[in-house]
Design a protein. Structure first.
Length: 323
């Protein structure tokens, strides 16, 4: 009987230890990924393309939560202040680097700071272009810039929000070209597209993947690409550099976890994201809309991220306070 009791006690201890160990293995339940913008934008579209592959990599459901507001600050703050256990992850634009500085420039207290987040990985990169309606009177980037010089402040453009991934490159374009546009901010990528399609604004600066379906449908057209090189898929008439306007801007999307997330959990997230971005299903679906797989993690992404922070701070300070 004594031996039986010892055996039973050992069995119970083994079962308890095994259960506790199993619960500690990450992930053991669904992972929530927060997109701090409305559905239909670039970050949301990219994550939904990645979702099936990421679920297979993690072995758990991936729940997408759109928490829009304040140019991405609301959702970003929610993740920054969440429990650092790997079950709440942020999926957002490079403009995350500018959010606390935006608040400072506008004489507000930042609702989170960048040291509250751990950079996990850069996932995608997307070329940026100048876009108009197909029936626009401006048939080239040079024509649009000339019109802006002739009518300062009258040529309008849409953005997905102040200091956002479509606002910053438009400001950089205006600065490089020596013109002044009229900025009309919206609440995300989808409303921004609707405004351009509906003729409420003259142009917008978009990530290539966001508007490709509308370009292919003949409703919108690219006038020029940002940077030194023209796109080839789909073709774009010229680069801004070709007309003497030097603006190099690339929109990228990355994953971030709350600071103090255990290193082994961060490593597991990185491994899952790396595998998911290489999954043929994601490569094909994201490639169809013009997106580019640009995975980067570890020390290399950390260095890249620090550089992005400095560049963003400089740009926000140049824009200054928005009334």
């Amino acid at each position: 009987m004594l031996q039986f009791r010892r055996f039973a006690a050992a069995a119970l201890l083994f079962a308890w230890v095994s259960s506790a160990w199993a619960q500690d293995v990450y992930p053991s339940r669904p992972v929530t990924v927060v997109v701090p913008f409305p559905p239909g934008g670039v970050a949301d579209t990219a994550l939904r393309a990645l979702q099936p592959s990421l679920q297979r990599s993690l072995g758990q459901p991936v729940v997408i939560s759109n928490r829009a507001g304040a140019g991405g600050a609301i959702g970003s703050a929610a993740v920054a202040q969440s429990k650092p256990d790997g079950y709440t992850v942020l999926f957002t634009f490079s403009t995350l680097a500018s959010l606390p500085e935006q608040a400072i420039v506008n004489r507000q207290a930042p609702i989170f700071t960048l040291d509250q987040l751990t950079p996990v990985a850069r996932v995608t990169s997307d070329a940026t272009g100048l876009v108009v309606r197909t029936d626009s009177p401006y048939q080239s980037a040079a024509e649009l810039i000339a019109a802006a010089k002739a009518k300062p402040g009258q040529i309008t453009y849409a953005s997905s929000g102040n200091y956002g991934p479509s606002h910053l490159p438009a400001v950089m374009l205006a600065d490089a070209a020596g013109v002044r546009f009229n900025h009309i901010p919206y609440t995300g990528g989808a409303p921004m597209i609707a405004a351009l399609l509906g003729g409420q604004v003259d142009f917008a600066v978009f990530s290539r993947s966001l508007v490709l379906p509308h370009v292919e449908a003949g409703k919108l057209k690219y006038l020029a690409s940002f940077g030194e090189e023209r796109w080839t898929k789909p073709p774009v008439p010229q680069s801004l550099s070709e007309i003497g306007v030097r603006v190099d801007y690339t929109s990228w999307i990355g994953a971030f976890a709350p600071a103090q997330t255990p290193p082994e959990v961060v490593q597991r997230l990185r491994a899952a994201l790396r595998a998911a971005t290489r999954d043929p299903e994601f490569v094909e679906s994201f490639g169809k809309v013009g997106g580019t797989n640009a995975f980067l993690d570890g020390a290399e992404f950390q260095r890249y991220w620090l550089t992005e922070i400095e560049q963003s701070r400089e740009t926000i300070r140049k824009i200054g306070r928005i009334e």
